[in-house]
Design a protein around this ligand. Structure first.
Ligand code: ACO
Length: 326
């Protein structure tokens, strides 16, 4: 039976120029390259320059994805930006991306906030819009400047995050309705707000009139991560009738090497199939999955027809997964 699927037409990414290594951090904080690498796998992070905003990062990544897609910006009907670090409280930073890229006036452009799960939530939302119509082409972006909400005196959090952006262009295409179809095959989004105090920002327009700083109970996040992530992946696989051994590439949210290797081991996915980029850019929240996807496509690992599994977990708690036939 013919169905509409959201097919990935292009991917792009951007990292700010300035790199801060673990060694540089340990000059100003009581930490070490060894501690950070052993606990997380992170070697360095990129930090946006003064005057360089989330929109700038998102625009650079989107431009690359648009060029590679071969689709004219005037043909994009919807822009969804996943971010927890917008330029302003409003308007949506997606509106800036829309205007700067020359995306058609009147196309829907909005921000979506699900912290580190933001890209999976944005992809699932765009997929629903494309499959239900009248939207035909979507730009889905993850862009963050977490450096602006980090407490740089707090070694338990500031060593873990960085800035960056990634984007994909999706197009609604008729497919056969089987697991061999190209496009997004299945998605899941979950939230459990009882855990909202485990990872949060201690400010906001309504509570403190400030943007606040990130606070985290790292052990609690870690404790929930592998169980929640592997659970949602298993549900996504069951729903689509696919098995873990059919996955060609596992592209997880890049938070911590131990979490993603633990998840892969639980699901029986070999380490060689995981695309890992967190050593180079640390946790870039909603930007981390498209950054890793971009790497996998650029270095020729992800090819047309491959089955790609995405997953993420973050503040809320939020978590989710998506299966895509590239
Ligand atoms: N450098 C040196 N020592 C440190 C640092 C640091 N940067 N940070 C903490 N320590 C110390 C602690 O003070 C503690 O010292 P103590 O034993 O004297 O009290 C010791 O290291 C151990 O601290 P723990 O918090 O128990 O360390 P743990 O092994 O749990 O690792 C970490 C901490 C890396 C944060 C881990 O809990 C983790 O990865 N959690 C998941 C957090 C995460 O990924 N969040 C991202 C957002 S959510 C997501 O994307 C999934």
């Amino acid at each position: 039976m013919a169905v509409i699927r959201s097919v990935v037409r292009g991917v792009g990414a951007y990292l700010p120029e300035r790199i801060i290594s673990n060694d540089e951090l340990s000059e100003r904080l009581d930490t070490s390259d060894e501690w950070i690498r052993e606990r997380t796998g992170i070697r360095q992070r990129h930090i946006a320059a003064d005057g360089e905003f989330t929109s700038d990062l998102g625009i650079a990544a989107s431009r690359q994805a648009m060029v590679r897609s071969g689709i004219d910006p005037s043909d994009i009907d919807v822009v969804i930006l996943a971010t927890s670090t917008p330029d302003q409280t409003f308007p949506a930073t997606a509106a800036t991306i829309q205007a700067e890229l020359g995306i058609q006036r009147g196309a829907a452009a909005f921000d979506l906030q699900a912290v580190c799960s933001g890209f999976v939530f944005a992809l699932a939302t765009a997929d629903s819009l494309l499959r239900s119509g009248p939207y035909r082409r979507a730009l889905v972006v993850g862009a963050e400047t977490f450096s602006r909400i980090l407490d740089w005196e707090d070694r338990t959090t500031c060593v873990l995050f960085g800035d960056g952006a990634g984007a994909v262009v999706l197009e609604a295409q008729p497919q056969h309705g089987t697991n061999d179809d190209r496009g997004i095959l299945s998605t899941r989004m979950c939230t459990d707000g009882r855990y909202r105090d485990k990872l949060f920002v201690d400010g906001g327009p309504s509570t403190s009139r400030t943007s606040g700083y990130l606070r985290m109970n790292g052990r609690e996040v870690f404790r929930h991560a592998v169980t929640k992530i592997s659970g949602v992946i298993e549900e996504t696989l069951v729903e689509s009738g696919l098995a873990a051994d059919e996955i060609d590439w596992f592209v997880p949210h890049q938070a911590n090497k131990r979490i993603l290797e633990g998840t892969a081991a639980k699901l029986g996915i070999p380490i060689e199939k995981i695309i890992i980029t967190l050593d180079r850019h640390a946790n870039t929240s909603a930007a981390s999955i498209p950054l890793a996807l971009n790497q996998g496509v650029e270095d020729g690992r992800i090819k047309e027809g491959d089955l790609v599994l995405l997953e993420a977990m973050g503040g809320g708690f939020t978590w989710g997964a998506a299966l895509i036939r590239w």
